[in-house]
Design a protein around this ligand. Sequence first.
Ligand SMILES: Cc1cc2nc3c(=O)[nH]c(=O)nc-3n(C[C@H](O)[C@H](O)[C@H](O)COP(=O)(O)O)c2cc1C
Length: 194
Amino acid sequence: MDILKLIKKRCTTRIYLNKKIPHKIINKIIEAGVWGPSIHGFQPWKFIIVQNRKIINRFSKTILSKTQITETYANTLMTITARTIKNAGTIIAIYNSRNFTNFAHQFKKRNYTKISELSEVEAISAAIQNMLLTAETLRVGSCWTIVPLFYEQEINRILDTKDRLLAIVTLGFPAEKGRRTKRKPNNIVTKYIA
Ligand SMILES: Cc1cc2nc3c(=O)[nH]c(=O)nc-3n(C[C@H](O)[C@H](O)[C@H](O)COP(=O)(O)O)c2cc1C
């Protein structure tokens, strides 16, 4: 498929069929992620794939447990995210190993640390987009979520890791036709300098 067509076809899916995604498909999605670019080829990403219903429900419950203590806008986003996670049969917790930041640390320059951390986040974001697009080609619906970062400690305790959580991507065969959201036109977001 034409890549631009694919990019425009992908949209967030939040309701999934109760049908397990085979490891073969998940491995292809991960493969697409790791073929993304990264700073000096450091490949800072790590993935924990969870298909355990009890753990997925626990994540969803953890998110819902705090909705009462934040303001309305955040509450809505948390509720939607908790529902999406609960609905998914597969979630991928995406981590930053910080291997490049740890390497850059030896140079003892503050702006090195800032830029190295950003470069890891940018590389992992590119990996995530590769994964979402590949999922789309495999007819797997997805949702990129950041809300779980509010509960990083709880999630890391459950997943037994000390790495830095960057996102949770939910996956499932779609049970809804996702709605394409609008985009700002090019002339609003672009400036050409001749
Ligand atoms: C960095 C990032 C964080 C996001 N976090 C959440 C989230 O926490 N919860 C959620 O339900 N959706 C989340 N989304 C999904 C967006 O709401 C969604 O991509 C947006 O509404 C545009 O819709 P589309 O993906 O269908 O184009 C996130 C997307 C991105 C790129």
